[in-house]
Design a protein around this ligand. Sequence first.
Ligand code: GDD
Length: 336
Amino acid sequence: MTNVALITGINGQDGTYLSEFLLKKGYTVHGIRRGNPQQDIKSKNDIHLHYSDLTDYAELVKIIQETQPDEIYNLAAQSNVKISFERPEYTTLTNALTPLKILEIIRTLGLEKKTRFFQASTGELFGNSQEIPQKESTPFYPKSPYAVSKLYAYWICVNYREAYDIFACNGILFNHESPIRPENFVTRKITKSAARIKKGLQDRLYLGNLNAKRDWGFAGDYVEAMWLMLQQDKPDDYIIATGKAHSVRELVEFAFREVDIEIKWEGEGLNEVGKDTSNGRILVEIDPAFYRPVEANALVGDSSKARELLGWEPRVTFEELVRMMTRNDINLLFDN
Ligand code: GDD
């Protein structure tokens, strides 16, 4: 008998890496994605795709009833922090209520003993935290509608674990990136722009807060931690992070170095620019449109608990990650 996994957000970055990981482990993988319901269940690359919208409770019941999953990974979300300030209600409905619905379905279908549940929680829960690095015991203080919606999701997961004995885990994931990260996240925006500027396809890169610090790891490493959490004897919550913080400014410097451009910074605040040291050309400028109404503090996670209990540790360093992403973006340009 093979294990059956159901993944929401199957077509996102994490869904892509996790499904590859589980297929290699011999799982039967089902995934939910938005799209044409007429197509119902389709099989693509050995993944059974279910076209549905997660706001549709009845369809979700049907999918879980039919697939009888051993493990459910809830990766679907409106995951962009900036967009959450513009679409707070949609963000809340998607991020907060989807895990509630899945947990409620597990309970009402009597799957408490069978189905294990993973919730993609976030380092953003610690938005205004004064403790650095953040641990599982650090008090939450969310600083965006996104983070507030994820706070509900975190606690409903804990609540169903305690109230109904469901094997439900929160992976408190800090930023995790890859070559398939969409461009509305800063890593991919920067690596893609560095490649395009190098090739003469773009003049400048416009960014928001250069001083923001984040703990950036590789998505491929993080999906392994998700799986490990569901293989333990007891459900629990774990921080998954590299433990190293870097600024957006450093990210720019590293990515441009990969295309043999050395950046030097001049000016301050909104007038700060990044210039190519070899010819003085301005390549990076600030656009206040990319600032957020409030910004989380330096986010950096202490994943000692995951290291100790799950035997998990990140393999790819920040430098390797930026190199992997920038080289991929260069290759994509040369392929086209
Ligand atoms: N997106 C973006 N675009 N961010 C910028 C820009 C820009 O032009 N300029 C500066 N930044 C800064 C943001 O202000 C933020 O401090 C940092 O770059 C990272 O932004 P994002 O890449 O958009 O990610 P995030 O940290 O807000 O959220 C990501 O990580 C969380 C986990 O810590 C997302 O993946 C979330 O879904 C996830 O929960």
